[in-house]
Design a protein around this ligand. Structure first.
Ligand code: PLP
Length: 407
C-alpha cells in the first residue's frame, strides 16, 4: 500500500520552537531527567499567574458560553478591543473591524491564508517569530526577510527594506516589540514603516503581542496610529501581558483604507466563518482584561525596577554576557534574550545540532537562532521567565558547557 504522506504544501514549512529539540527534551524527561526549559514564552508555568478577575470571569462564563459565537467574536469583546484602540488614539476602529481569534496565532493564519497567493511576497523581519514565515510559506508565498541589525540594537533599515519591495510584494510584517530580539521600535521608525507601506500600497501587519512588556521607560508606538492610505492589521491578545496563553484569546484590529481591501476582507470573513468562532469562554475574559480597572493586569509593575520580569531580564543578561565570547543586546521589551556566540570562539556550523548537544550535556533547553530565520548559526534564544535561581543554574551550566566548545 502507498505510504501516507504529508501534503506538498508543507515542504519548507518550519517551526523549530516546538520542533525536534523539544522532542529530544521530552525523551530525556521520559528517561527521568529534569529539564530546565528556557524555550517557550509561556508565562503561567513560571508562576506568572493571571489576575484573579480574568480567571473568575472565564469560570463564570462557562455556562453562558456553551454555544458558538459570531465568527468575529462576541460583541462585548470586540467592543472592548475597539474602545482600547480608540483610547490609544487610533481612529475609526469599530467592533466590526475586530476579529477575536484562538490566540494571535489563529488570526495570523487566517490573514495570511486570505491574503497570500502562490508567488506573492511578504516582507518579514529576520530574525522573526517563525510563525509568520511558516504561514507565508504554507500559503505558497515567499517570505522575503529584511535584516534587523544587531550592531544597531536590532533595528531594521527602512532604506534596505524599500529595496526589497517588488511588484509581487503584498504586505510587510512588523513585530514590535520583537520576538526574539526584544527590540522596541521608536515612533519615528514605526512611522517610517507606515509610510513605506502606504507608498507601495501594501498591507502593514503589526504583531504587537508584547506591546505592554516594556522596560527602562521605553514606549511602544502602535503602527495603526500612522496608517491612513493602506490597510493596517494589528494583532495582540492576552497570552503575554495577561499571562493566559492557554486561554487562546487574541485579536485582529483592522484600520486604514478598508475600501481598497474589500475583497481581501470578504475572504478573511469567509475563513473566519469556516472555523465557526474562537473559543467562546475565553472571549469573555477580554473585556475584563482590557477594562481600565485591570490596568493590563499589573504588567507594568512586573517590568518596572524591582519587578520580577525586569530583575530576571537583568540577571540573565548579566550572567550571559559574563561568559567569554557571548554578547547580547539588552532588550527594551518582551521576555527573551537573543545572545550572540562569537563564531571565532564557538565555531558552530549547525545550530540545531548545537542546542541538542547543549540539551544533552546540560539538561537546559533553549532555541537556536536559525529557528527564527536568522541566516547565521551563531545565536541562541533564552526565555527570561524562570525565577532567578533557575536562570542562574541554567546559564551557569551552559557557561560550563561552552568552555568545552571553545575553538
Ligand atoms: N506573535 C508573537 C511575536 C509571539 O511571540 C507569539 C507567541 O510567542 C505569538 C504571536 C502567538 O501568540 P498567541 O498565544 O496569541 O497565539
Amino acid at each position: 500500500m502507498r505510504n501516507i504522506t504529508q501534503s506538498r504544501k508543507l515542504a519548507g514549512v518550519r517551526y523549530d520552537v516546538r520542533g525536534p529539540i523539544l522532542q529530544e527534551a521530552e525523551r530525556l524527561e521520559r528517561e527521568g531527567h529534569r529539564i530546565l526549559k528556557l524555550n517557550i514564552g509561556n508565562p503561567a508555568p513560571f508562576g506568572f499567574e493571571a489576575p484573579p478577575e480574568i480567571v473568575e470571569r472565564l469560570q463564570e462564563a462557562l455556562s453562558e458560553a456553551q454555544g458558538y459565537s459570531d465568527s468575529r467574536g462576541i460583541l462585548p469583546a470586540r467592543e472592548a478591543v475597539a474602545r482600547y484602540y480608540s483610547e490609544e488614539g487610533v481612529p475609526g476602529i469599530t467592533p466590526d473591524d475586530v476579529f477575536i481569534g484562538n490566540g494571535v496565532s489563529e488570526m495570523i493564519s487566517l490573514v495570511v491564508q486570505a491574503l497570500v497567493d502562490e508567488g506573492d511576497e511578504i516582507l518579514v523581519p529576520s530574525p522573526d517569530y517563525p510563525l509568520w514565515t511558516a504561514q507565508v510559506t504554507l500559503s505558497g508565498g515567499l517570505a522575503v526577510h529584511y535584516p534587523c541589525d544587531e550592531s544597531n540594537g536590532w533595528m531594521p533599515d527602512l532604506a534596505a527594506i524599500e529595496r526589497l519591495v517588488t511588484p509581487a510584494t503584498k504586505g510587510i510584517v512588523l513585530i514590535n516589540p520583537n520576538n526574539p530580539t526584544g527590540a522596541v521600535y521608536s515612533a519615528e521608525l514605526v512611522r517610517g514603516f507606515a509610510a513605506l507601506a502606504e507608498r507601495h500600497g501594501i498591507v502593514l501587519m503589526a504583531d504587537e503581542i508584547y506591546e505592554r512588556i516594556l522596560y527602562d521607560g521605553v514606549e511602544h508606538e502602535h503602527a495603526a496610529l500612522h496608517v491612513r492610505d493602506t490597510l493596517c492589521l494589528t494583532f495582540s491578545g492576552l497570552s503575554k501581558a495577561q499571562r493566559v496563553a492557554g486561554y487562546r484569546a487574541g485579536w485582529l484590529a483592522i484600520s486604514g483604507d478598508r475600501d481598497r481591501a474589500r475583497d481581501f476582507l470578504e475572504g478573511l470573513q469567509l475563513l473566519a466563518n469556516m472555523r465557526m468562532c474562537a473559543n467562546v469562554p475565553a472571549q469573555h475574559a477580554i473585556p475584563v482584561a482590557l477594562s481600565p480597572a485591570s490596568n493590563w493586569s499589573g504588567i507594568a509593575e512586573l517590568c518596572a525596577p524591582g519587578g520580577r520580569l525586569r530583575d530576571q531580564r537583568d540577571t540573565a543578561h548579566r550572567l550571559l554576557t559574563e561568559i567569554p565570547g557571548v554578547s547580547c543586546e539588552l532588550p527594551g521589551g518582551a521576555m527573551y534574550l537573543f545572545p550572540r556566540l562569537d563564531p571565532e570562539v564557538y565555531p558552530i556550523v549547525d545550530d540545531q545540532r548545537f542546542v541538542i548537544d547543549v540539551l544533552r550535556a546540560t539538561h537546559v533547553l533553549v532555541t537556536n537562532g536559525r529557528g527564527f530565520n536568522l541566516p547565521t548559526p551563531d545565536h541562541l534564544r533564552f526565555v527570561t521567565l524562570p525565577a532567578i535561581p533557575v536562570l542562574t543554574e541554567a546559564i551557569g551550566r551552559i557557561g560550563e558547557y561552552l568552555e568545552t566548545r571553545r575553538a
